[in-house]
Write a protein that binds this ligand. Structure first.
Ligand code: DGY
Length: 326
C-alpha cells in the first residue's frame, strides 16, 4: 500500500524526521526556510497530510488550495490560532495538535519569567556582559521579593495548573480567572482563589500570567483599559500568545511606569517585536522558547506521528481539535 504523503513545513528533530520517513512519504524541509504562501499552496494541492507549526498561517485562503486528498492537518504544537479551524472543518479536514507533552516545559518557562522579571535578572546579566558591573552595593539593582506575592493566572488549563504548582513551591499565593471553576479538590490542593470577574482580579494582583489560548474571544483580552486596572507594582508574564495583550498599550504602560515590568516569550507579530518594548529595561524578552526542550519537541513529534498514523489507519486521531474547543 502506498504510504501517505505528508508535507512537513519546518525542520523537526532528527528522531522525528527519521520515523516520519519510515512511516510516510514525508516531504521534509531540510533547510528550515519557512515556506511562502505560494509555495505552501502549491505543495498542499497534492499531499494527504500537512504538518504545520505556529510559524505558518493556515488561513481560509491557504485551506482553499488544499487538494482533495488532504484530509488531516496535524499541527506540531498545541496552539492552533494560526489555523482557520472553521475553514478546515468545512472542507472535511481533521485538525490535530500536541497537548500534554509541553505542559511542564512551558510551565517551567513561565515560572522562570515570574522569577526573572521582578528580580530584574536580565538587566543584571546585561550589566555583567556589558562590563558595567562595578561590584556589590547595598542599594544596587533592587528588585521585588517573590515569596508572599499574589499570582493571578488567566486560563487555568494544563499549563496554568502546572504553573500554579510551581508558584506554590515559591511561597506565592495562587489566584485565577477561568471560564470554568476548577475542581474543588484541585482548588484546595493549590489553595487557589477563583475570581469570576477578571476585572476585579486584575486590581489585586502582584504578578499576572497569561495561560489561555488565543481565540476571537481572548484577542486583546488585556486591552488598554484592563491594563489600567493593574496596580503599579504589577508584573505581567505571557507565555501563551502575544495577541492576548494589546502590545502597543503594554509598551506604553511599561514606559510610563503604570505597571512595574513584564516577562514575554510571545509577541503579536512574531518574530517582529514591538520597537518600544525593545527599548525598555523593565521587560524580559525571550524568543518563544516555552516548549523548546529536546525531549518536548521529540514528544510533540511523536504525537504528530500518532495522529497521522491513526488517521491513515481509518481511526479517529487522539488529539483532534474542533472549532468549539477554543
Ligand atoms: C505551542 O505548542 O503552541 C507552542 O507555542 C509552539 O507553537
Amino acid at each position: 500500500m502506498a504510504k501517505p504523503t505528508v508535507l512537513v513545513t519546518r525542520k523537526l528533530p532528527e528522531a522525528v524526521e527519521t520515523r516520519m520517513m519510515e512511516l510516510f512519504d514525508a516531504r521534509l524541509n531540510l533547510d528550515d526556510v519557512p515556506m511562502g504562501r505560494a509555495e505552501l499552496k502549491a505543495a498542499i494541492a497534492t499531499v494527504d497530510a500537512l504538518v504545520p507549526t505556529v510559524t505558518d498561517t493556515i488561513d481560509a485562503d491557504i485551506i482553499s488550495a488544499a487538494g482533495p486528498k488532504l484530509k488531516i492537518i496535524a499541527n506540531f504544537g498545541v496552539g492552533v490560532n494560526h489555523i482557520d479551524l472553521a475553514a478546515a472543518t468545512a472542507k472535511g479536514i481533521t485538525v490535530t495538535n500536541t497537548p500534554d507533552v509541553l505542559t511542564e516545559d512551558t510551565a517551567d518557562l513561565a515560572m522562570a519569567l515570574v522569577l526573572m522579571a521582578p528580580r530584574r535578572l536580565s538587566e543584571g546579566e546585561r550589566l555583567v556582559r556589558d562590563g558595567k558591573w562595578t561590584g556589590w552595593a547595598p542599594t544596587q539593582h533592587l528588585g521585588y521579593r517573590i515569596n508572599g506575592k499574589r499570582l493571578g493566572i488567566i486560563g487555568m488549563g494544563r499549563i496554568g495548573v502546572a504553573l500554579a504548582r510551581r508558584a506554590r513551591g515559591f511561597g506565592v499565593a495562587v489566584h485565577y480567572h477561568n471560564r470554568q471553576r476548577i475542581a474543588d479538590a484541585l482548588e484546595t490542593e493549590l489553595e487557589a482563589t477563583y475570581w469570576q470577574s477578571l476585572d476585579q482580579m486584575l486590581a489585586h494582583m502582584d504578578i499576572l500570567s497569561i495561560n489561555c489560548p488565543l481565540t476571537a474571544e481572548t484577542k486583546h483580552l488585556l486591552s488598554e483599559a484592563r491594563l489600567k486596572r493593574l496596580p503599579k507594582h504589577c508584573f505581567i508574564i505571557n507565555t501563551s500568545r502575544g495577541g492576548i495583550i494589546d502590545e502597543a498599550a503594554l509598551a506604553k504602560a511599561l514606559r510610563n511606569g503604570d505597571i512595574a515590568g513584564a516577562g514575554l516569550d510571545v509577541y503579536e507579530g512574531e518574530p517582529k517585536v514591538n520597537e518600544e518594548l525593545l527599548k525598555l529595561d523593565n521587560v524580559v524578552l525571550l524568543p518563544h522558547l516555552g516548549s523548546a526542550t529536546l525531549e518536548g519537541r521529540i514528544a510533540m513529534g511523536e504525537k504528530v506521528i500518532v495522529n497521522l498514523r491513526t488517521h491513515a489507519d481509518g481511526h479517529k486521531p487522539p488529539d483532534r481539535v474542533l472549532p468549539s474547543d477554543f
